[in-house]
Design a protein around this ligand. Structure first.
Ligand code: ADP
Ligand code: ASP
Ligand code: MG
Length: 418
């Protein structure tokens, strides 16, 4: 007997038929005698719809009320899955974020989970009742609903798995594992049997949306065993315990999965970045702090930053990227501080993509960045910004060139499947 947390994403939960298939997978796991908790996403497209309602109501919406609206999608699917499981003869009940509760901080729209009360939940699971938990949602200390940022149900699942000390957290999605790049962009992407926490964390943080970044850092910190696998399977498919998907593993475990180390593990593209350029910023101490401090205070994560060398008149241009979802708030803050900062023009651009190559191998190998730059140059793809870390190189390019750039790099680093 094991204790398993199963998570199903939006595509897997989209409609009655798919929920029935999910219920069958859950039933199969429970029939093995396992204690099962299921974390669900809203139906595909529903969260986008709810986000749009908020934007239409007011582009500068109150994030606390946004959370009330967007958390609703998961409430619907949790109830529906419990009903469907009951129809299959299983004992099941839903546990909303505020009912457990899942405690979070008060950073609305991107809240962090602090702790989860599991006594009642565990007692219920031990009694054979399947727990159905809406992902994405939590509760602040003063009883306001929060959500965990887009894709946050992955983090809910890993947090629940850590809290109940689950033997494994299975993340069911619409692809059958983690690939060298998005298999929907590159048909020759290769499925990885295993990938290390460190590399998965970097891949997620640069836009491989197959797992939310925080879910990976939490799994790494808490030692949660995570598998990514497909929910689009029939009864003849091997069961989850035989690890048909991709396991996220420690460095030491990687050998067990006989994964050959490559210089580059994966490539990610992120279309959700926006670029902002401020022209003619004074070139003096404190000028950059004047720009970025208020953005930090507003919880806006700035990523790539370029400051040109000052020109004649003691002025310079500053370019940076932030999540597109924060663009309106970001420009609003900067426009309100225009005199204090002293820039001339603010130029926003959402037609950009960040492309990143990730691999632990680059810690000890030079030349990864130059291969990237020359491969892109050969195809006349212009690089607008660059950033690097120990195990990744990212470039910002025109959004229209996303697919071409990913394909070119996938081939250049020898990742194409035979
Ligand atoms: P869910 O709704 O189940 O949470 P997501 O859409 O958030 O699913 O994540 C799954 C998607 O992630 C896949 O459909 C795929 O297009 C995309 N993806 C991006 N990069 C990768 C990768 N390296 N491996 C697998 N899938 C990836
Ligand atoms: N429904 C939420 C979203 O679309 C959370 C998730 O699916 O993980 O972002
Ligand atoms: Mg997701």
């Amino acid at each position: 007997m094991a204790r398993i947390v199963m998570k199903f994403g939006g595509t897997s939960m989209a409609g009655t038929e798919r929920i029935r298939r999910v219920a069958q997978l859950v039933k199969r796991q429970a029939e093995r005698g396992d204690e099962v908790a299921v974390v669900v996403s809203a139906m595909a497209g529903d969260t986008d719809r709810l986000v749009n309602f908020c934007r239409e109501a007011n582009a500068l919406y109150d994030p606390a009320e946004y959370d009330v609206v967007v958390a609703a999608g998961e409430q619907i699917t949790a109830g529906l899955l419990a009903i469907t499981l009951q129809a299959l003869g299983c004992e099941a009940r839903s546990w909303l974020g505020w009912q457990m509760p899942i405690h979070t901080d008060s950073a609305h729209a991107k809240a962090r989970i602090g702790s989860i009360d599991t006594d009642e939940l565990l007692a219920s699971m031990k009694a054979g009742n399947i727990a159905v938990i809406p992902g994405f949602q939590g509760l602040t200390d003063d009883n306001r609903i929060t959500t965990l940022g887009r894709g946050g149900s992955d983090t809910s699942a890993v947090a629940v798995a850590a809290a109940v000390k689950a033997d494994r957290c299975d993340i069911y999605t619409d692809v059958d594992g983690v690939y060298t790049t998005d298999p929907r962009i590159v048909a020759r992407a290769r499925k990885l049997k295993a990938v290390t926490y460190e590399e998965m964390l970097e891949l997620a943080s640069v836009g491989s949306k197959v797992l939310q970044t925080r879910s990976v850092s939490l799994a790494m910190k808490e030692g949660v065993r995570v598998q990514v696998l497909s929910s689009f399977v029939d009864e003849s498919a091997p069961d989850a315990d035989s690890i048909p998907g991709t396991m996220i593993v420690t460095d030491a475990e990687l050998e067990k999965y006989q994964v050959e180390r490559q210089l580059i593990t994966g490539i990610a593209a992120d279309k959700n970045e926006a670029k902002i350029t401020l022209t003619r910023v004074p070139d003096r101490p404190g000028a950059v702090a004047n720009i970025f401090s208020p953005l930090a205070d507003a919880n806006i994560n700035v990523d790539m930053i370029i400051q040109n060398v000052g020109r004649d008149k003691g002025e310079t241009d500053v370019t940076f990227t932030c999540p597109q979802a924060d663009l309106v708030r970001c420009t609003d803050i900067l426009e309100n501080r225009r005199d204090a900062i002293g820039y001339n023009r603010l130029i926003p651009d959402t037609k950009v993509t960040k492309i990143s190559v990730v691999g632990v191998g680059m810690k000890s190998h030079a030349g990864v960045a130059s291969t990237m730059f020359s491969s892109l140059a050969d195809r006349k793809i212009n690089i607008q910004a660059i950033s690097t870390s120990e195990i990744k190189v990212s470039v910002l390019i025109d959004e229209d060139e996303t697919e071409l750039a990913v394909r070119v790099l996938h081939t250049a680093y020898g990742l194409d499947a035979e």
